[in-house]
Design a protein around this ligand. Structure first.
Ligand SMILES: CC(C)(COP(=O)(O)OP(=O)(O)OC[C@H]1O[C@@H](n2cnc3c(N)ncnc32)[C@H](O)[C@@H]1OP(=O)(O)O)[C@@H](O)C(=O)NCCC(=O)NCCS
Length: 157
């Protein structure tokens, strides 16, 4: 498939996490209450295409030298064109520049998202059994599979 995005028209930016479009944040995290619990303490990042935000990410500090990548999402019509990878590289570079030495994240899918993170050097750290069952009010489904356990990944910078 021919890419529909001209890479020259894309640019990454950092912004207050509260400024990011909720509709995109919900692509990665379907729980509005959970999203609201971290936005005010988060650092926001985005990718703009001709002025439109087509991808978002949020990191939150864990310690003075580590951060959690708590949300990353690309608008569905722009996925699989390298925009997520571009944004992830930008987040990693931004955090590294701020003195961050370790990025952590949790994912409920062991499919293409896992490949996506592993390509950028993330390693599996642990499995949090029943995390999605015990911490989310509604069951979360993807590709016909209910999220149950959370896979915790880390990247040392
Ligand atoms: C995960 C996500 C951010 C990836 O962004 P993206 O722009 O689609 O990804 P990219 O085009 O940069 O792809 C980079 C790599 O990711 C993998 N990948 C991404 N989407 C994939 C898909 N649907 N199927 C298979 N592999 C995929 C591939 O390994 C790809 O490598 P390639 O370039 O060699 O094909 C995006 O799919 C998304 O927003 N998903 C919904 C929200 C979500 O699941 N967020 C993460 C929660 S843990």
């Amino acid at each position: 498939m021919e890419p529909i995005v001209n890479k020259n028209n894309l640019h990454c930016f950092a912004v207050a996490a509260t400024e990011l479009p909720l509709a995109l944040l919900l692509e990665a995290d379907p729980d509005v209450a959970h999203i609201n619990s971290y936005l005010s303490r988060g650092q926001g990042y985005g990718v703009a295409l001709n002025g439109e935000t087509v991808a978002v990410a949020v990191s939150v500090p864990l310690t003075t030298t580590s951060a959690e990548l708590i949300n990353i999402a690309v608008s569905p019509s722009y996925q699989q064109q390298g925009i997520g990878a571009m944004l992830l590289r930008f987040v990693i570079a931004s955090l590294r520049q701020q003195g961050c030495q370790r990025i952590e994240l949790g994912t409920g899918t062991f499919g293409h998202q896992l490949t996506f993170y592993q390509r950028h050097g993330f390693r599996v750290d642990k499995v949090l059994k029943n995390h999605f069952i015990e911490n989310y009010p509604e069951p979360i489904w993807e590709s016909g599979i209910q999220h149950q356990d959370m896979l915790w990944l880390t990247l040392n910078l």
